[in-house]
Design a protein. Sequence first.
Length: 67
Amino acid sequence: MSPHGPDAATFERASAGELAPHKIDGTLAFMFETRLAFHVTEFGQRGGTLQSDYAECWQGLKRHTEG
């Protein structure tokens, strides 16, 4: 499993913002769907382009529970 989704600051802005449609320019989003499991390649793990601090952007996420 790999982390995915917005970083903590983006989540907080979106959660507190006005619920209205808005256009986002200058970005690209895509999704892959498959019944097969994804596997990280050797190059993906050791190819020199790994962002070692990738998961740190979620460290500021706060738990939002009701009750």
